[in-house]
Each structure stands twice: as structure tokens, then as C-alpha cells.
Write a protein that binds this ligand. Sequence first.
Ligand code: ZN
Length: 270
Amino acid sequence: MSKPGFDFTFAHVVELSHPIHEGIPCWPGDPRVEFAVVASFAREGYRLRRFSLGEHTATHLHAPAAFHPEGATIDTYPASSLVVPAVVVDVRPRAAAEPDYAVTLGDLEAWESSHGQFPAGVVVLLLTGWQDRWDDPPAFLNQDAAGRLHFPGFGLEAARWLLTERRVAGLGTDAPGIDPGLDTAFSVNRLVLEKPRIVLENLTNLDRIPATGATLIIGILRLVGGSGSPACVFAVFDKGGFLRCPLRWRKFASKRSPISSKRNATSCRG
Ligand SMILES: [Zn+2]
């Protein structure tokens, strides 16, 4: 993707990562988050802790190596690929009514009728409302007696359409996974990660960023050989638009998006 010049100024920063502690939700079978005191003021005169967690725990990014044996590892992602425009698709009403909801092509077409075409190179973030369950791990994972997880995600057809017809850079969600919980084959993850693309899970504050016009700054731990990494994700927006703002998108934004005329986060919500 070409990188036209840009004006990197912004009015708002929203953090999209959850704080990390031992009580956060963990995927069944994944290691628990652990902290251990290694040095203390009383003993060593300073404080230091060791921590451990899975590569796919907390707010995190997947790399192709998570689902493809020869896939790229997280340490190979160029920095430029981790600063990327984003749009938000809000499916909260549908997800509240149907926890196993899988986003359809119809949902994406409805989004486009309000916001215009998904620009190439964006990360499509799904706002399911699951972010509000984070502090209640059983509700977040929503596991039934048979061990099945019930949370919403992208349907495979919708994901394929975004990748092939709109050439998006990746997918993200405030839920535990971009695949609906019932898809134990991780079909959408496997599809998206056929190339080194962006997969972000366990995001939060997606209701606080505009439907269009935000840029993500994704901080990873550059774990050599890593299948993914916990991530610190910031969204910046307003005054400057996309970092990789294609000309046609600027044109579109000035015509269709309230961002060009309003200056606060609330007004940007689409
Ligand atoms: Zn994950």
C-alpha cells in the first residue's frame, strides 16, 4: 500500500487495551496470568516482579504462526504495519439478542450504506458489547456445561468478503475471539492469517472511538518466534485523519463523515 504524506496531529487518544492482572479472563486451557515478587524494598531496596501469561492472553495480536505451521511470527511484523487506520462496526443489539451471532455480509452492506465503502488497508473492529463483561470472566467467556463458548464474531463469508473485496488489513473485536465462540476450528483466524495481517482480540473502549477516522497504534512485545503478543493499542483520531489517508478517503471523509466538521469524540460516533 502506498504511503502518501500525512499530517500526524490528533485531538483524542483512547486506550483499547485492558489492564493486566491475575484475575482477567483466560481462554480455557491457556496459562493463567501470574505475577511473582522477585525483589522488594525490604530485601533488595527496590521492587521488581516477574510475570507470565500466554501469547494470546489479555488484549493481544495473533500472528500467522498461531494457526499456520510455516506462518510468520510476531517479531517479523514491520513497525509500519502496526500503525493502521480502523473502522468500527457496532453489532451490540444483535449480539445482545444472540450471543453466538456471526456477522453477515448484510451487516457489512448496512454499514457501508451509512459510512461508505470500507477503505482498503483498514482494520475492521467489531463492537459486540463483550467489553462490558471483561470484569466478569465467566460472563466474558460464556462457557456452557458442555464446555462450548458463546460469544459473537465475524462470519466466515463476511470475513472473506472484507479480505478479498475490500482488501482490509485485518479484523479486531472486543470479544474473546474474531471467530464466534462456537467455531472451534478458528476458521476466520486461519483465513485472515494466511498472510501477516492484523488480528486483535479482547479490545475495549470500542464505543469511545468513531466509526470511521481513527488510527490504531499497536504496541507489541517483539517476542522472537512468537505466535502473537499481548498488545497495548491506542486509537488516535480527529485533526489529521488517517495516517495512511488515501486521497479518495479524504474526499469521502469530507463529504460523508461528521469528523471533518466536528471536533469531539462524541460527535464522531457514527
Ligand atoms: Zn486470541
